[in-house]
Design a protein around this ligand. Structure first.
Ligand code: ZN
Ligand code: ZN
Length: 113
């Protein structure tokens, strides 16, 4: 039996395969935005770009970005993106930060466990 679900983005009904959460149309749009975001970061003359600035430019919310990031969509540009540490607010490189924490906060957290 095909599994019919609502698209997480536009609400349209579609037949789910591969556990997709978006309909084909939204998925296509999303892929386009992702590739635009990647080229924007790659082509930017700046050494690093804060994620906030990128999200503002492409009108994407942080939650959506996080999901896409963890799905491996921004691996190519993670070295050029900075993010505010979720604990202390310090700007850290996205690449190498674990769970969006700076090294010292990540260490502190580890010591607590
Ligand atoms: Zn949709
Ligand atoms: Zn921190």
């Amino acid at each position: 039996m095909p599994n019919v679900v609502n698209c997480k983005k536009c609400g349209a009904l579609f037949i789910q395969n591969n556990k997709k959460e978006l309909c084909d149309k939204c998925l296509e749009e999303q892929n386009k935005i992702i590739s635009d975001m990647n080229s924007y970061v790659i082509n930017s003359p700046e050494e690093t770009i804060p994620v906030e600035k990128l999200l503002e430019k492409f009108q994407m919310n942080r939650k959506e970005f996080d999901n896409l990031y963890f799905a491996g969509k921004f691996v190519r540009v993670a070295k050029k993106l900075t993010i505010k540490c979720a604990k202390c607010g310090q700007e850290v490189l996205l690449d190498g930060s674990s769970n969006f924490l700076c090294n010292s906060c990540a260490k502190k957290l580890q010591n607590q466990i």
